[in-house]
Design a binder for this molecule. Structure first.
Ligand SMILES: C[S@@+](CC[C@H](N)C(=O)[O-])C[C@H]1O[C@@H](n2cnc3c(N)ncnc32)[C@H](O)[C@@H]1O
Length: 240
């Protein structure tokens, strides 16, 4: 079963019972001024991490023991000039999560370079900025190391390839959502970190890549998003 709920992830998650999901796969707003319609993506650094603390606390509560959370984030926030990965790592550790893995998603196209040049202007030794043609997937766990479950669909070859943690995957674009991730990303994470039939949550489901991957992989998915247009897009995608 796939369900998509319209609302604020912080409030919606409070209605879920404790330990009700085996895996969380998500990409939160990056706070870089993207226009998501219903959400202001330009908070101060403090406001942004207060917001993150609220939804991550709920993530911790609803995960089973041995469950993982996979967070797709950029390394660095160029708008607020802080290290996103480090701040999330620190916050999640304080909330009780334990570090497991970090994947590097290399975005295989030139767009990021064009984007960076636009932001940073002329490149010179006065004050050069480095560029990030990749994003990270921070994987943390709750409680014990092992997840209980029976039927796996993870093949030896997939595990062998994906457990080498640099992933080359082309980004995805669509006309409705401004910042989707490619379905291949949640597809790999879901196969690696959950069993067939288990429950997966995406609290910021956007256009629905996580839900589409769950449907293919026979996992039960719950997606949440504030924006009714994205919720509609997800519902259409999973009803096909
Ligand atoms: C980076 S995008 C996720 C994109 C998604 N992974 C995809 O592939 O389409 C972040 C999403 O969070 C949603 N959002 C922002 N604040 C929210 C909140 N408080 N509760 C639920 N969704 C929220 C935005 O509408 C946006 O769709």
């Amino acid at each position: 079963m796939q369900q998509v709920i319209e609302g604020d992830a912080r409030e919606v998650m409070k209605t879920f019972p404790e330990k009700s999901f085996h895996l969380i796969v998500t990409s939160p707003p990056y706070n870089v001024g993207v226009n998501y319609g219903a959400y202001r993506d330009n908070l101060s650094e403090e406001e942004y991490f207060d917001f993150a603390e609220e939804w991550l606390k709920e993530c911790y509560r609803v995960l089973v023991d041995g469950g993982r959370i996979c967070l797709n984030i950029p390394t660095y926030n160029w708008r607020g000039r802080f290290n996103m990965y480090f701040r999330y790592y620190e916050l999640m550790t304080l909330l009780g999560f334990m570090d497991r893995d970090t994947f590097i998603w290399v975005k295989m196209d030139g767009l990021d370079f064009a984007h960076s040049a636009k932001i940073y202007g002329t490149i010179s030794p006065h004050n050069p900025h480095t560029k990030y043609p990749y994003e990270l997937i921070l994987v943390m766990q709750k409680g014990k190391d092992t997840l209980e479950g029976e039927e796996t669909d993870l093949r030896y070859r997939e595990f062998f390839k994906w457990s080498h943690t640099i992933w080359f995957i082309r980004p995805e674009y669509n006309r409705i959502h401004p910042a989707p991730y490619p379905e291949e990303l949640p597809y790999r994470l879901i196969k690696m970190f959950s069993f067939v039939g288990q429950k997966v949550l995406d609290p910021f489901c956007g256009g629905g890549a996580t839900l589409r991957a769950c449907k293919k992989l026979k996992r039960e998915a719950t997606g949440i998003d504030l924006n009714p247009e994205y919720v509609e897009m997800c519902r259409r995608a999973v009803s096909k």
